[in-house]
Design a protein around this ligand. Structure first.
Ligand code: NDP
Ligand SMILES: O=C1O[C@H](COP(=O)(O)O)[C@@H](O)[C@H](O)[C@H]1O
Length: 507
């Protein structure tokens, strides 16, 4: 954005998003790494309302001045040079306030009611409050009840809850009930930050704005679908949280199943939140239950052992800081599933996600079927299928692999695969790809729910995942091992090879 545009935007009232925001867990990993940087970027781009105030809440000994220094310090450390301008940092710091609170102590919540009273005294009448739960789900009930009993809430206030909502179906019911006792569903925003990613948004545009794909999007034309979300990171100091969760709860129950829903859902009647969410729920309900044989053959869980990252040695999962040396928690999951409905019957969806894999890479690959009648060199038959490769991150973009004739006088009708490429960064160089949290925070401020997950979606996703959790619990055996820096247990390759396929690696 040019400086003159920025100045104009910075002074805009942006009345459609005039809220205040209270972050519970303001100094935790999520808030420090994602929320404060996202809010700063929104402010810098002139997208916050002029009046918006941001309240940090945590049990750390601090006050507003100290808190402002801490947040500005972490922004200065994390931002690129051109994002770190003194004027924007100063304006952002002025929005911040801090209160020390123990979220489990009902009496502490009066401080929030007092803060809101002070804002009203400054002339801001009833701006809605957005309550952001940057804490574990076990605390959501305490916070909601504390806010209500402490007289801190108004009738338009909203709550944002982080994933995973609960630990299984029963605990997710309990968490949703506790939040629902204070905030109705229409004011509850369940975050799945993958839904805020630019390319994930683009799935909707790709599928429903392009008849070319819309008409081919079914079992007549698609042979199988791959979804890979690979991370190079390990546990990064989060052993306490992660060991109680594992990769299925941390990534599959939410991010990967949401991606699957966006690929598999029927066209919604509109872009309204409930129109989209109704279609996603239908997909979750149609996920084929896994038979005992499928649980044994088509699901692979792994745990990384010592290996390398970028050529440097890294410890195994059980040697991480604070680790339990006998942990059975999985850091890798690969599985095959099917959406049992008219559109998708017989089309396998292969899902794969893991920590400490060789690359950070999230990709969806749609494999189209071959032509019914093939007239080219029989040796090239395996080439003869189009693939649509959706690069969620990094190098956001879309590639369609098509076959052309290999050029040259002596080549005859040799085929050559090549991509038709849309690279978002080079196609739209003027547009910065915003972080998912920027988009999602802005949507909450505007009161729009279509990028958030409804209660029944969360619960159907748990219902399906529980088959795997129950199976693993009954087995009580450790996950398969894989060296850090590899693509997971060999069994995950065998799983897809048995179907005469392989994970697509040419990104
Ligand atoms: N970190 C991430 O990248 C992601 C996190 N999430 C979700 O976000 C939520 C937060 O995760 P994360 O930031 O990693 O967790 P952290 O443990 O890093 O942060 C939680 C914060 O809440 C504070 N806190 C905990 N209990 C209380 C209490 N009783 N009173 C006052 N403050 C308290 C903690 O304080 P103290 O430091 O004193 O313990 C800590 O600062 C979780 O639901 C997680 O699943 C979702 C996606 C990604
Ligand atoms: O929700 C989570 O997501 C991150 C990965 O997010 P990304 O945007 O970097 O792909 C994962 O590392 C974390 O364990 C999980 O809780």
């Amino acid at each position: 954005m040019k400086p003159d545009q920025k100045a104009a935007a910075g002074s805009a009232e942006n009345a459609d998003r005039a809220v205040d925001l209270a972050i519970f867990g303001a100094l935790g990993d999520l808030a420090r790494g994602r929320l404060w940087p996202a809010l700063y970027q929104l402010d810098r781009e002139g997208l916050l309302a002029r009046s918006t105030r941001l309240l940090g809440l945590s049990r750390h000994e601090s006050d507003t001045d100290d808190f402002r220094r801490k947040i500005v310090g972490l922004l200065e450390d994390g931002l690129n040079g051109d994002e770190r301008d003194a004027e924007s940092l100063e304006r952002f710091a002025a929005r911040l306030e801090y209160r020390r609170l123990d979220f489990t102590r009902p009496d502490d919540y009066a401080a929030i009611a007092r803060w809101r009273q002070e804002l009203r005294g400054e002339g801001s009448n009833a701006r809605p409050l957005v309550v952001y739960m940057a804490v574990g789900a076990a605390l959501y009930g305490d916070v909601c009840a504390g806010l209500e009993r402490g007289g801190a809430l108004g009738e338009h206030d909203r709550v944002v809850v982080e994933k995973p909502v609960g630990h299984d179906l029963a605990s997710s019911h309990a968490v949703n009930d506790a939040v629902g006792a204070v905030f109705p569903e229409s004011r509850t925003y369940r975050i799945d930050h993958y839904l805020g990613k630019e390319t994930v948004q683009n799935l909707i545009a790709l599928r429903f704005a392009n008849p070319l794909f819309g008409n081919q999007w079914n079992q007549n034309h698609i042979s199988h679908v791959e979804i890979t979300v690979a991370e190079t990171a390990g546990i990064e100091g989060r052993f306490g949280y992660f060991d109680g969760a594992g990769q299925l709860r941390d990534m599959v129950q939410n991010h990967l199943l949401q991606l699957l829903c966006l690929i598999a859902m029927e066209p919604p009647s509109s872009l309204d939140a409930d129109a989209i969410r109704d279609e996603k729920v239908k997909v979750l309900k149609a996920l084929k239950p896994l038979t005992q044989e499928a649980l044994e053959q088509d699901v692979v869980r792994g745990q990384y052992i010592a290996g390398t990252r970028d050529g440097q040695p890294v410890p195994g999962y059980r040697e991480e800081d604070g680790a339990d040396s006998a942990s059975h928690t999985e850091t890798f999951v690969a599985l095959k599933t099917e959406v049992a409905n008219w559109r998708w019957a017989g089309v396998p969806f292969y899902l794969r996600t893991g920590k400490r894999l060789p690359e950070k890479r999230s990709r969806i690959v749609i494999h189209f079927r071959q032509q019914p009648h093939y007239i080219f060199d029989p040796d090239q038959r395996s080439l003869a299928a189009n693939k649509l490769i959706i690069r969620l991150q990094p190098d956001e973009g879309i590639a369609l692999q098509v076959l052309t004739k290999d050029s040259g006088l002596e080549k005859g009708m040799r085929l050559r695969p090549g991509p038709l490429h849309l690279d978002f960064n080079s196609a739209f160089p003027e547009a910065r790809i915003p972080d998912a949290y920027e988009r999602l925070l802005l949507e909450v401020m505007k009161g729009r729910q279509y990028l958030f997950v409804r209660r029944d979606e969360v619960e159907y996703a748990w219902r399906w995942c529980e088959q795997l959790l129950d199976h693993w619990q009954a087995l009580d055996t450790p996950p398969r091992r894989y060296p850090a820096g590899s693509w997971g247990p060999v069994a995950s390759i065998a799983m897809i090879t048995r179907d005469g396929r392989s994970w697509y690696e040419e990104y």
